[in-house]
Design a protein around this ligand. Structure first.
Ligand code: GDP
Length: 360
């Protein structure tokens, strides 16, 4: 029927993009994650952010609130943004689902005082090899000599209030970074000057200490994802789920932390994960997420869910997970599925994990 077609085309059925953060050591990846997560918490409003397991989820409403000053009335069509908490190569290379990368988009952090460094170039090559979209965060702008702090301000506003000297140094350093990217065969430009976003990658100047440019980064991540990846971000029922970590938790035994990329998980689902001694077939006892930010201090307690829809970070409690292997896929056995076939698929993931370990 026509209403079905509308439903299929509707942007209401998008999942949240999954974002990871990469770059050279000490460029501020961890600090930037902290800053992205904590801005509102410091001001006493959690704004619905939940630091999940291995990932932090930002509802669209939170992003809208934090980017208000940018006066972007552009629609946010995705439900939110899921940011993977582990910075660096591992989260990008080791975590895959069904052969493709886990991350839809990446933040490539560059220190404005240092420019491109060896691991920046490594990250860049990984991103290009996988054809992954990314945004450059040109971090530590507050280290420009004489920088006046304007906490969590949009970057253009923050730059306007700087002295001529600071602005000159900023321009000089940006030009130098753009040249260095060019030497790597990549066109880049400050995002607010970028007239050719398809071919030219965006640079967002940021400070992970005082938050300038962070609203810009958040908004651009979401807008660029929903602009260029509608198909990839359209919610699919077919399950796509990756095991991030295997952990013993008091009161729950051995649990697995997963990122659910697509599909829905239910309490009671029969699942198959790759194990050291063969496939593990078990039943989801509990689907858990931590409490929203405000209540994170309540230690060791989790929210229980009957079902969870992608994209989310989730802790799964079930029997027999002791030998589960991180980096592999999680499969659900449906009523019409062939269990043996699913077991084989689950174990195939082990080979690719071992291959990756050998290479590193
Ligand atoms: P990572 O190795 O990329 O995760 O880098 P970290 O987040 O650990 O940061 C490395 C150092 O740089 C720490 O001392 C941070 O406090 C500092 N740092 C990170 N971001 C900024 C920034 O925007 N401005 C300034 N001044 N220092 C920063």
């Amino acid at each position: 029927s026509s209403s079905d077609i509308q439903a299929n085309n509707s942007e209401g059925n998008l999942r949240s993009p999954i974002c990871c953060i990469m770059g050279h050591v000490d460029t501020g990846k961890t600090k930037l994650l902290d800053c992205i997560r904590h801005t509102n918490v410091q001001e006493g409003e959690a704004g619905g952010i939940t630091q999940q397991i291995g990932a932090t989820y930002f509802p669209a409403e939170n992003i809208r609130e934090r980017t208000r000053e940018l006066k972007a009335d552009a629609k946010l069509n995705v439900p939110g943004l899921l940011v993977i908490d582990t910075p660096g190569h591992e989260s990008f290379t080791n975590l895959r689902s069904r052969g493709s990368g886990l991350c839809d988009i990446a933040i490539l952090v560059v220190d404005i005082m240092h420019g491109l460094e060896p691991q920046t170039i490594e990250s860049l090559n990984l991103l290009r090899m996988r054809n992954t979209e990314f945004i450059v965060a040109l971090n530590k702008v507050d280290r420009l000599y004489g920088w006046k702090t304007l906490r969590n301000a949009p970057i253009v506003k923050a730059l306007k209030q700087q002295s001529k000297d600071v602005q000159n140094e900023f321009n000089m350093r940006v030009t130098s970074v753009i040249t260095q990217f060019k030497e790597q065969g990549l066109n880049t430009e400050l995002y607010y000057k970028n007239k050719d976003m398809g071919e030219t990658f965006n640079i967002v100047p940021t400070s992970a200490i005082s938050g300038e440019g962070v609203p810009d980064l958040l908004l651009l991540l979401v807008q660029w994802s929903q602009k260029t990846m509608i198909e990839k971000l359209t919610f699919k029922n077919e399950l796509e789920c990756t095991v991030l970590e295997v952990k013993v938790v008091e009161g729950h035994g051995t649990t697995i932390d997963v990122v659910l990329v697509n599909g829905v998980l239910h309490e009671g689902d029969q699942i198959v994960v790759c194990g050291m001694q063969g496939p593990i077939v078990t039943t989801i006892r509990a689907l858990l997420t931590p409490h929203p930010m405000k209540e994170l201090r309540v230690k060791g307690t989790y929210l229980h869910h009957k079902q969870i829809k992608a994209a989310q970070g989730i802790k799964i409690s079930a029997q027999g997970l002791e030998h589960a292997i991180a980096g592999t896929g999680l499969y659900v056995v449906g009523p019409d599925d062939d269990l043996e076939e699913i077991k084989r698929s689950a174990m195939e993931d082990m080979e690719s994990v071992l291959n990756r370990i050998e290479k590193t």
